[in-house]
Design a protein around this ligand. Structure first.
Ligand code: LLP
Length: 463
């Protein structure tokens, strides 16, 4: 039976099964610019193109699934953040969102700094030539090896997260005869409005030293007493995928409160504050993220106001956006393998990837959008669930979305806003081969991270 003719499939206006779906757009072929990378468009032939490259050609040349990244969009977002914060602030891109040597070079060229949180991220940053003084090292349990490599390399900042971490950084710096600049990561006690797993500033979690109860103030005392450490500032990161600026404002106010206490107790004015990352992006048309200039203004105003009230010189501000820079710049290109209709429920559309290339839906109940990418279609909207090829029913890429009812095996689907925390959290579950990252710019496409091969898998298996 032809899919478009199926009478039992949910249609716009029907009472639909429980779910998170947003109503079908009036035109399934339309592309919401908030969700898609800047150069993505639907060409006259109906297929998507990005950076002047037709996705059908990309699929042919590079295979599917693949992450397709719009390099010009990435660079434009870097510039927007830099310009919004201006010369008196620093923008550290959070490498955990997605890191590769090409990305490090783009960041370097666009004047951004880089936040790393593991030896592997540090190695990538250094291998691609990021100047060490523009690197910050994070982590709640950095190994002695990671600390040693960072201090040896001369990273510009280590953010200490606990008393043990502080002692270890001091020990390494002393042994190497260095005076290492550090910031202290504090938990400001803010409940960020985001998923529990990615909120980080409430008190009952593993990161940072609490302002309440005086741990943070005690860490300041200890660092100030150590020759091998130079305390440059205070760091706070309240969580991720946040839209509401209120949490950042409370965080800024409390961090400035600590700077004031430090001045009163020690007679020292710390020159820096870092308010972390966490700014949300649009995954679906329902999301309405803030622009970098609005964020810069809101944060700059609150810090200035609080410092003036306390009689402090305004410190140098830094921020650490990861998702807000790379998230919207990429989409995942999949090929449809099977289309299975469950009468009166929804249609399951299986693609050639899944939770191994995007764990976010399973892990955080994240919402994504999806569009038919290889052609336009005028068929009826069909309530669909885009699922992967892994051996569990939680293997969902897009929980509820409308796709055209004439969808068929061989069609290409594109899931936008997968630049952040998808490739970087990808796994080899079921011995899946992690997809490549293809960078597209001005009509040219190149692999920046290649597709894994079965040889790659077998190379690690030495039994
Ligand atoms: N700075 C610090 C200290 C962080 O821990 C993070 C993220 C960032 C900056 C960057 O946050 P962003 O601007 O990207 O929100 N895997 C989760 C997100 C975990 C975020 C961890 N830390 C997800 O897929 O939503």
């Amino acid at each position: 039976m032809s899919r478009s003719a199926h009478p039992a499939g949910p249609r716009h206006g029907d009472v639909l099964p429980e779910g998170h779906y947003t109503p079908p757009p009036s035109d399934l072929n339309s592309l919401d610019p908030r969700v898609w990378a800047q150069t993505v468009e639907r060409t006259a032939e109906g297929a998507l193109s990005v950076g002047g490259m037709d996705v059908r050609r990309l699929a042919e040349e590079f295979g599917t699934p693949a992450y397709v990244m719009d390099e010009n969009d990435f660079r434009a977002r870097c510039r927007a953040w830099r310009e919004a914060f201006g010369p008196d602030a620093d923008v550290f891109y959070a490498g955990k969102a997605f890191l590769s040597r090409a990305v490090v070079r783009w960041l370097h060229e666009e004047g951004l700094n880089l936040d790393v949180c593991s030896g592997g991220e540090l190695a990538t940053a250094l291998a691609a030539g990021m100047p060490p003084e523009r690197i910050a090292l994070h982590g709640n349990n950095k190994s002695m090896d990671e600390i040693t490599r960072a201090v040896e390399a001369g990273v510009g900042r280590i953010v200490v997260d606990s008393f043990q971490d502080l002692a270890r950084v001091a020990h390494v710096a002393r042994r190497l005869g260095r005076r290492q600049p550090v910031q202290i990561r504090v938990t400001v006690g803010v409940e960020a409005h985001t998923h529990e797993f990615i909120a980080t500033a409430h008190e009952d979690q593993k990161f940072g030293l609490a302002l309440a109860g005086g741990q943070a103030a005690e860490a300041v005392r200890r660092v100030l007493g150590l020759e091998s450490l130079e305390l440059t500032g205070i760091h706070s990161h309240i969580g991720s995928q946040i839209f509401d600026m209120a949490g950042f404002e409370v965080s800024a106010r409390r961090v400035v409160g600590l700077l004031t206490e430090v001045r009163d107790e020690h007679g020292v004015e710390l020159p820096e504050i870092d308010l972390g990352g966490g700014l949300g992006i649009a995954y679906t048309s329902e999301d309405d993220p803030r622009e970098p200039h609005e964020i810069a203004k809101a944060l700059g105003d609150i810090v200035t106001r609080e410092c003036e009230a306390a009689g402090l010189a305004v410190p140098r501000l830094s921020v650490e956006p990861g998702r807000a820079i790379v998230g919207p710049t990429a989409f995942t290109l999949y090929e449809v393998g099977t289309v299975k209709e469950l009468e009166g429920l929804r249609t399951y559309v299986s693609v050639d990837g899944g939770m191994s290339d995007n764990i976010r839906t399973a892990l955080y109940d994240a919402e994504y959008s999806v569009t038919l990418a290889s052609r336009a279609s005028e068929a009826e909207p069909m309530l669909s669930r885009v699922v992967g090829k892994h051996c569990e029913s939680g293997d969902i890429v897009v929980r509820d979305a409308f796709l055209p009812a004439d969808l068929a095996p061989g069609d290409l689907l594109a899931v936008p806003a997968t630049g952040a925390y998808c490739r970087s959290m990808a796994s080899n579950y079921n011995h899946a081969l992690r997809p490549p990252v293809i960078a597209v710019r001005d009509g040219e496409a190149r692999t920046i991270v290649r597709r894994e091969t079965e040889e790659d898998l077998l190379r690690l298996d030495v039994g």
